[in-house]
Design a protein around this ligand. Structure first.
Ligand code: ATP
Ligand code: MG
Ligand code: MG
Length: 559
């Protein structure tokens, strides 16, 4: 199937369905709306929505919004748009953890009444001290044995805004000597006077992630709660909370972990991507160089290509470090079939056809895709002046050169064989023009008595459409920009490894036919022999075409 090869989570689900533990599965994708989604999220989206699709279940979109200062509606909207663009549909309306704040509060009161939670007055520094270390047990807080009545009173007053920010917390009473630090009386509520994108100023206490996530899963009837491996040590807490509250739903969710995707030469952290935007290293979250879903969309990546990539990245518990060539390979492979072709010259040199004869020149019909007739065709005709790529001519060609050279011949794609008779240079010795001649007996057939191996693309100078083309190179110069240590052993700022040459804008010349009716934004094309390009989602207009380079035709990542 299209989403994922067999992996351990599918095995678990199939066993659960077979044993009757669940009759249907329910997953969720739970982003925090504190930034735009990136390629790592794409993997998680394909997994969660893909499983729901494969097993006829449902997948919720849930915003995990418990950190009001960092979250906003711009991010909420961008996330919805990205998930839909990737081709997925969430069950019902999007959910918000913040919609459960009342229920979460009631469960907390219940835990207090059961003697399983207490209000603590330790300062953050003291709490750190009391927590202990990996090798040393923690110590009980002096406030741990407050009475239920006192705790209920204090927690109500925390909610009512009687105490300053950070002065008190609500903690679970679990075990300060636990080998798992997450179980050492974790904080489940803190006081924060911050405006919340969804609940406004209703609350001045906010629940913590670990407490919120499992209860949100339970409220929504999630069967398989899939998260990345760093939450493995949080699973006992996930289960503890659900074991100690009245079940809101017959279905008991279980957490399963898989490894986080890491993409080389890239960054998969919203916080760090935010820094690139905030410091102006890129034009925005959707800059085509960004590994965000919206950036990759603007770059010309397709939902199908990203889903193919997610499938290839795979789901497992072992390290998931993936080379950029795997991502680009999936995109290229998908565009190979879906993108029509046109000819465009990016770095032109003028060719004058000295024997051009209008009466003798025939046009030729060329399909927009070599093996997909439904994409249609256009008619191509040479002109007295052409542009070809400067790179396709060499005066002193290396061995094996198949392109144009003085005295040599090439085939003009979909047209005649052409010979270069003369090189015209300026005073400084730069080639400014090639004088060439056409063999009129070569349209659709090989020339008599000789082989012409090279085929080059071209455009007619008088009708070519000038288009803006943005060329992109790698954003970072090193494989792991956020993991390079300096001499002192500290991580160096990842912005130090930005490639100063990662974006360039040029004017190219394209054949006119594709533009006849005005190209819409987000049209994806192959410029023959050059690569895949997309009309920019924001800046392209039918009158002033703007293309972004999506990916070249060949891998450039392998040294
Ligand atoms: P970030 O550090 O970029 O904010 P996060 O994990 O905190 O990442 P969330 O918004 O909480 O971001 O993530 C939503 C879901 O996407 C989570 O289930 C998370 O595990 C998953 N996810 C995030 N990054 C990756 C990744 N690199 N690979 C696989 N899944 C990921
Ligand atoms: Mg998170
Ligand atoms: Mg995060």
């Amino acid at each position: 199937d299209q989403f994922a090869d067999n992996h351990f989570i599918r095995t678990i689900i199939e066993d659960d369905l077979k044993s009757g533990k669940h009759t249907a599965i329910q997953t969720r994708f739970p982003p925090e709306p504190n930034g735009y989604l990136h390629i790592g999220h794409a993997k998680s989206i394909c997994l969660n929505f893909g499983l729901a699709y494969i097993y006829d279940g449902l997948c919720n979109l849930r915003f995990d919004d418990t950190n009001p200062e960092k979250e906003n509606d711009e991010y909420v909207n961008a996330i919805k748009e990205d998930v839909e663009w990737l081709g997925f549909h969430w069950a019902g309306e999007p959910r918000f953890a913040s919609n459960y704040f009342d229920q979460l509060y009631d469960y907390a009161v219940g835990l207090i009444k059961d003697g399983k939670a207490y209000v603590d007055d330790l300062t953050p520094e003291e709490m750190r001290e009391y927590r202990g270390t990996l090798t040393e047990a923690g110590k009980n807080s002096p406030y741990r044995d407050r009475s239920v009545e006192e705790n209920l009173d204090l927690f109500t007053r925390m909610k009512n805004g009687e105490f300053p920010d950070g002065s008190k917390t609500l903690r679970l009473k679990i075990d300060m000597a636990s080998g798992n630090i997450n179980m050492r009386d974790p904080v489940i509520y803190r006081i924060r006077r911050a405006h919340h994108h969804n609940t406004g100023d209703k609350w001045c206490i906010y629940p913590m992630y670990d407490y919120t996530h499992c209860i949100s899963d339970a409220i929504e009837g999630i069967t398989h709660s899939l998260c990345t491996l760093e939450f493995e040590a949080h699973r006992p807490l996930y289960d503890w909370v659900l074991d100690n509250i009245p079940a809101p739903h017959a279905t008991r969710p279980r957490q399963y972990e898989f490894s986080r995707l890491e993409l080389l030469y890239s960054i998969t952290s919203k916080r760090k991507l935010n820094q690139l935007v905030a410091e102006g290293h890129v034009s925005g979250w959707d800059d085509p160089r960004m590994p965000t879903i919206s950036g990759m969309r603007r770059r010309g990546y397709t939902p199908e290509g990203l889903r193919l990539f997610a499938k290839r990245a795979g789901i497992s518990k072992s390290e998931n470090v993936v080379d950029m060539s795997v991502l680009e390979g999936a995109i290229r492979e998908e565009l190979e079939n879906s993108a029509p072709r046109m000819m465009a010259v990016l770095n032109p040199i003028k060719v004058t056809l000295t024997n051009y004869n209008e009466a003798q020149t025939e046009s030729r019909t060329a399909p927009y895709h070599p093996n997909n007739e439904s994409m249609g065709s256009r008619s191509l005709k040479i002109a007295p002046e052409l542009y070809i790529e400067a790179d396709d001519f060499s005066e002193n060609p290396p061995k094996g050169w198949k392109r144009l050279t003085l005295g040599g011949e090439v085939r003009l794609r979909h047209s005649y064989v052409m010979k270069c008779d003369e090189v015209v240079k300026d005073a400084a010795g730069n080639i400014v023009e090639l004088k060439c001649s056409i063999d009129y007996d070569t349209l659709g057939k090989n020339p008599e008595g000789r082989k012409v191996k090279g085929v080059i693309h071209w455009v007619a100078a008088d009708t070519a459409v000038p288009v803006t083309v943005r060329l992109y190179d790698r954003l970072f110069t090193v494989e792991r920009p956020d993991a390079v240590r300096g001499e002192d052993g500290q991580y160096l700022p990842f912005t130090q490894f930005l490639n100063p040459e990662s974006a360039k804008e040029i004017t190219a010349y394209a054949e006119p036919a594709p533009f006849a009716n005005g190209l819409p934004a987000e049209s994806r094309w192959q410029f023959e022999r050059t690569g895949y390009f997309v009309t920019d989602r924001k800046d392209h207009t039918a009158e002033k075409p703007v293309f972004n380079k999506t990916v070249g035709l060949r891998d450039t990542w392998q040294a």
